[in-house]
Design a protein around this ligand. Structure first.
Ligand SMILES: NC(=O)c1ccc[n+]([C@@H]2O[C@H](COP(=O)([O-])OP(=O)(O)OC[C@H]3O[C@@H](n4cnc5c(N)ncnc54)[C@H](O)[C@@H]3O)[C@@H](O)[C@H]2O)c1
Length: 236
């Protein structure tokens, strides 16, 4: 029987690329996204191996109820927390609402989905969680004040969860992408300029990040680590 994995932010960008990799590997994918329309289109394309769950990851009760209903006690091997938002903020223009929204999706959402999946990871005797941080967690970018702070929080909770869940044989790691060829980044019109400043001379394709997510989604001996996927632009 195929393994079951849970992917958030599944309807777009890198989450979508991760879904495609898991489906190609024969896994059953619970695809979580708040965009019901995009999720429906994805489900129609993917077929019965994809179970869509249209839910906002900031709503813990809805995530728990949705996952429990879809999985019906089935074990989960891996959880990928890709849902994230990155509206620009500075000291000059931040608001309490923006702060709460960014941290709710990027930090609380990661915790909510991990907590909701925990009984299902335990049911399989262990597993793997992969979180999405960013190079902005280390290197920061101008105009990404709160986003960078939220991704630094994701790095920290990745390490704390690695310790907390180790007795359950659940590993917890993160990826930290740099610039990726996603529609949102393309819309900035800065891709060519940005690429010129990256040692490898180009931005990443979403599948190049998905490849590392898939590797980290295999339970193994690496835990509490963050893999930087940035073409050499953010060494640490
Ligand atoms: N794009 C980049 O260059 C880049 C770089 C580093 C890190 N990241 C991080 O990688 C992850 C994926 O980025 P992307 O650019 O591929 O994303 P994207 O914007 O293309 O897709 C994000 C998806 O998450 C969903 N989503 C957002 N908020 C949600 C919520 N509250 N509940 C459920 N679903 C929600 C959206 O509907 C969307 O389908 C994010 O965590 C982002 O912060 C992106």
């Amino acid at each position: 029987m195929s393994d079951t994995v849970v992917v958030t932010g599944a309807a777009s960008g890198m989450g979508r690329a991760v879904v495609d990799r898991f489906l190609a590997a024969g896994d059953r994918v619970v695809a979580v996204d708040r965009d019901a329309g995009q999720l429906e289109a994805l489900a129609a394309e993917a077929g019965p191996a994809l179970l869509p769950l249209a839910v906002d990851v900031t709503d813990r009760a809805a995530v728990e109820e949705g996952l429990a209903g879809l999985l019906d006690g089935a074990p989960v091997r891996s959880v990928v927390n890709a849902a994230g938002i990155y509206p620009p903020t500075t000291l000059a223009d931040y608001t309490a609402e923006l702060h709460d929204r960014i941290f709710a999706v990027n930090v609380l959402g990661t915790l909510n989905v991990t907590a909701a999946a925990l009984p299902h990871l335990r049911a399989g005797g262990g597993g793997a969680v992969v979180n999405f941080a960013s190079v902005d967690a280390f290197a920061v970018s101008p105009g990404q004040l709160l986003y960078s702070a939220s991704k630094a929080a994701v790095l920290s909770l990745t390490k704390s969860l690695a310790i907390e869940l180790a007795p359950d044989r659940i590993v917890v790691n993160a990826v930290a992408p740099g610039w990726v060829d996603t529609p949102g980044n393309a819309a900035t019109g800065r891709m060519a300029d940005v690429a010129a400043g990256i040692p490898l001379g180009r931005v990443a394709q979403p599948d190049e990040v998905a490849l590392w997510v898939q590797r980290l989604a295999e339970p193994g001996y690496v835990t509490g680590e963050t893999v930087v996927i940035a073409g050499g632009s953010a060494m640490r």
